[in-house]
Design a protein around this ligand. Sequence first.
Ligand code: HEC
Length: 178
Amino acid sequence: MRIHTIIGVGLSALALASCNNAAPVEEEAASSPALTELPVSINATMVGLIDNSADFIWTVGNGDLPKDEMDWDLVRSATYDMILGGQVMKVPGSGEYDAQWTAEENWQEWADQLTLIGQDALPLAEAQSTDVEAWRAIGDRLIENCEGCHNAFKPELPSEGILHRSTERESRGISMFD
Ligand code: HEC
């Protein structure tokens, strides 16, 4: 849905641009639905998409196992969020420094790595694997990824002031799936 919205925005921008131009550009627009700008900041992407979902991967690695099909759906969705989120954050959004960050090769590499970690986690989620060690290995790679990119790029305080509220349940050792 999100992706469709973004593509939709891109197409209407191109359609608007075509008003000044007599040549029919609709076909051109349809063949190049490139994602060039996010409708939100990278900060918001982090807090709203990445951070929340990563918790559902880490918690399984901590032995907090899903209890039913719906819990597994949450875990599987979280792996898709890593796969897709990695690609989303390669594109600048509305944040002040987004364009600067995404222009760095290093940034693009960290983002691709997040996608790869998600791809490695997906088969575990689909198999509803209770191999806690395997989940922990994924979780460890995930932490390295977040920290690696944050060490390189993240300002001390988020540029837009959107802050992470630590998951209370996790910090108190309460299951994410109750
Ligand atoms: C490609 C680089 C990159 C990766 C990978 C990355 N982040 Fe971020 N993250 C950032 C940057 C840069 C900011 C600061 C954005 C701003 O302030 O505008 C940020 C901000 C955040 C924030 C909000 C600010 C805060 O201080 O709490 C959270 C939460 C967050 N990231 C969590 C994560 C988690 C969890 C992961 C890994 C699963 C992750 N990030 C992976 C670059 C990255």
